[in-house]
Design a protein around this ligand. Structure first.
Ligand SMILES: C[S@@+](CC[C@H](N)C(=O)[O-])C[C@H]1O[C@@H](n2cnc3c(N)ncnc32)[C@H](O)[C@@H]1O
Length: 220
């Protein structure tokens, strides 16, 4: 996130290790001036603002009004233009095409029988297998890319990155895991470690989570 030091309203996701990992991958993507960028699930707007600072024409989307307000405020503070839309995933940008799509979606497996999460948990909880939003991005994301366009998405190894890659390739994308980073469990995973172990997603000795970035490119 470099020099972006975003403020966050209560209930909005403060940039964390996953944001940082995706920001690193973003930093390695060429971003020609005026490239169209989408940051879906923008939260504080940190990634969107990072792309806008590099000259991208950036649209940010979030389902949370607090996140939308936060991202708008942070863009004003940073002095960069940012189009921020409220809505569910890709709904606000239907029919548009992008050179780069960034996503740090909710990806943590959550007890609760697949019921949609509420409140702040909408930032991380994603159903029994953690794929409630990931699967939608894999299904709908490829259709938003221009030829040569790239999807960069961060997720946990707990929510099956191989499945992400396996879902993106049939859509014609060249997809692979390009970054991995291990972190100590945060409060959310610590609180449900027993449930994850019962489900076979963690072994008894696991006390770290692996985050990965998937990069998928639509050939020219
Ligand atoms: C893990 S946070 C990431 C925030 C920010 N991009 C970052 O990297 O710090 C996930 C964000 O996705 C948003 N979100 C969750 N479900 C969504 C949906 N269906 N459509 C749009 N945004 C969603 C949440 O409100 C939250 O801001």
């Amino acid at each position: 996130m470099g020099d972006v030091n975003p403020m966050v309203l209560p209930g909005v996701y403060a940039p964390q290790d996953d944001t940082e990992l995706l920001a690193g991958a973003l930093g390695e993507e060429p971003l020609p001036p005026g490239a169209r960028v989408l940051d879906v699930g923008t939260g504080s707007g940190a990634l969107a603002i990072g792309a806008a600072r590099r000259g991208g024409r950036v649209t940010a989307v979030d389902v949370s009004w607090r996140a939308v307000c936060t991202a708008r405020l942070n863009a004003l503070r940073a002095g960069v233009p940012l189009r921020v839309r409220h809505g569910n995933l890709f709904d606000p940008v239907r029919g548009e095409r992008f050179d780069l799509v960034l996503a740090n979606p909710p990806y943590v497996p959550a007890p609760g029988g697949g019921a949609p999460p509420r409140g702040a948990a909408r930032c991380w909880d994603a159903g029994d297998d953690g794929r409630l939003v990931l699967d939608r991005i894999c299904r709908e994301g490829p259709g938003l890319l221009r030829p040569g366009g790239v999807l960069l998405m961060v997720q946990s190894a707990l929510s099956d990155p191989d499945r992400t890659v396996g879902q993106l390739r049939p859509a014609g994308l060249k997809a692979a895991v390009i970054r991995r980073h291990r972190i100590a469990f945060g409060p959310v995973l610590r609180g449900r470690a027993d449930w994850l172990r019962r489900r076979g997603l963690l072994s008894p000795e696991d006390d770290e989570e692996e985050l990965v970035v998937v990069r998928a490119e639509l050939p020219l």
